[in-house]
Design a protein around this ligand. Structure first.
Ligand code: DGL
Length: 256
């Protein structure tokens, strides 16, 4: 699940790694975007979406949204007995990868993720020397929802957002929101070549695959099917999800 189209970047990765499983993907179209909302609002939204998904008979859940995970994953785990994989910005591996270079880490995530105690706890646990900076990119969620892939528009947006950063001092950018992953290639064109880009998608799918294997969850009899749901039930959005997923599957990318 995700607020909207962002989690499809995770689903595309899951389909690459586990092509014979069946998937249900639900977007919370009634409440996207989550980033500018309060924690309590998002908590309600996520519980409602997951309750709907449970009725379809899922064996495991991926909260393919960093914001929803930081707000609701503990409550979801207490509520349900099936395995739940959440996502958090890949700050730990980024800090570890940068240790040798002494460069800084820049984390992009929603404002709500960045405000959560879970994020503070994560950064204070792994960032002993204070090299992590954080930046919300709310417009990038809107671009993702509009499937805005105009190269000039997105590159200009990144340049404006990064104008006040001395990029020589940075070694890694973390994409801590699944909507942002659509724009990794365009960000690559804007960043100096020495800066790496990481996201949590591949790691999340590795955890899911290990769980599926450990629990012996069987593949669907006609494996690899994807069923789309959205909280508003809009037929055009269901069709849009199909298009966005097809685009992601045509352009395989390597995440961290
Ligand atoms: N895709 C989401 C995330 O990973 C949420 C974006 C939003 O709805 O603001 O955080």
């Amino acid at each position: 699940m995700d607020s909207g189209l962002g989690g499809l970047t995770v689903l595309a990765e899951a389909l690459r790694r586990m092509p014979t499983e069946n998937y249900v993907y639900m977007a919370d179209t009634l409440h996207v975007p989550y980033g500018p909302k309060s924690a309590e609002e998002v908590r309600h939204c996520v519980l409602e979406v997951v309750d709907t998904m449970v009725q379809t008979g899922i064996d495991a859940l991926v909260v393919a949204c960093n914001t929803a995970t930081s707000i609701a994953v503990d409550e979801l785990r207490a509520r349900y007995s099936f395995p739940i994989v959440g996502m958090e910005p890949a700050v730990k591996p980024a800090v570890e990868m940068n240790r040798a270079t002494g460069k800084r880490v820049l984390v992009f995530a929603t404002q709500l993720t960045l405000q959560q105690p879970k994020y503070y706890a994560l950064v204070s646990r792994v960032d002993e020397v204070g090299i992590v900076d954080s930046l919300p990119l709310p417009e990038l969620v809107e671009y993702g929802e509009a499937l805005q892939f105009d190269r000039d528009v997105i590159r200009a947006y990144f340049r404006a957002k990064l104008a006040n950063y001395d990029l020589d001092r940075y070694g890694i950018v973390v994409l801590g929101c699944t909507h942002y992953v659509y724009y990794a290639e365009l960000l690559r064109e804007v960043l100096p070549p020495h800066i790496g880009i990481v996201d949590g998608n591949a790691g999340t799918v590795r955890r899911l695959a290990a769980l599926v294997h450990r629990l012996g969850i069987p593949p669907g009899c006609e494996g690899g099917q994807v069923r789309f749901l959205c909280s508003g039930g809009e037929p055009d959005y269901l069709e849009k999800m199909g298009r966005a997923l097809a685009r992601l599957r045509e352009t395989p990318r390597t995440g961290f």
